[in-house]
Design a protein around this ligand. Structure first.
Ligand code: HEC
Length: 166
């Protein structure tokens, strides 16, 4: 319990000082931090820290999915997942695809991450677009590989499959 309180205070301070983030964002970040406790093997801890401490580039901040989850787009997202993501994140999103072995940090368990507070549209779109260069991970950057629409389509698919629709 004491750790939870300390962590929350830390996040409050880190996000509150001189930043333009609103109360909702701070609340979401606090929840996200608590949710990931004890699950460092499933989530991208370095990426979460970067995001929560203001690391989101301006071009991604506040972005939300402009597309609705029509059956066609979700299907398109599924095709993209199978072609571009499954090798690392695995058929069931668990982070254990054939290309995952030996990667450090390891690919996240997307079935765990998607229903959680961290998985906002802006966070996912940034992650998929820019990849893991900033934090030294093997997560590829897809902004030159997939169109914006395809990047949003894979996000629609992930939400449909693993939850976290909001
Ligand atoms: C070469 C392996 C690889 C491929 C291919 C790959 N990823 Fe990743 N991904 C990673 C690794 C490693 C991480 C953890 C480190 C990081 O966040 O960069 C990660 C992290 C993520 C995260 C952050 C999850 C969290 O813990 O918050 C998301 C979301 C994600 N990937 C989605 C995708 C999607 C969608 C695709 C396909 C379009 C994809 N990845 C393809 C390796 C991969």
């Amino acid at each position: 319990m004491e750790r939870i309180v300390t962590l929350s205070l830390f996040v409050l301070c880190a996000c509150g000082s001189g930043s333009t983030q609103n109360a909702n964002t701070q609340q979401r970040h606090r929840m996200a931090m608590m949710e990931e406790r004890g699950h460092a093997d499933k989530v991208s801890v370095k990426r979460h820290r970067l995001y929560m401490h203001g690391g989101l580039p301006a071009e991604y901040a506040g972005k939300s999915n402009p597309y609705k989850p029509t059956p066609e787009l979700v299907k398109r997202g599924e095709e993209i997942y199978m072609q571009h993501c499954k090798a690392c994140h695995g058929e069931k999103g668990k982070g254990n695809g054939p290309d995952a072995s030996g990667l450090d940090p390891r690919p996240s368990d997307l079935s765990f991450v998607m229903p959680r507070h961290i998985a906002t549209d802006e966070y996912l779109f940034w992650t998929i677009s820019e990849g893991g260069k900033l934090i030294g991970s093997a997560m590829p950057s897809f902004k030159d590989i997939l169109s914006e629409k395809d990047r949003w389509a894979v996000i629609l698919y992930l939400r449909e499959r693993f939850g976290g629709n909001r």
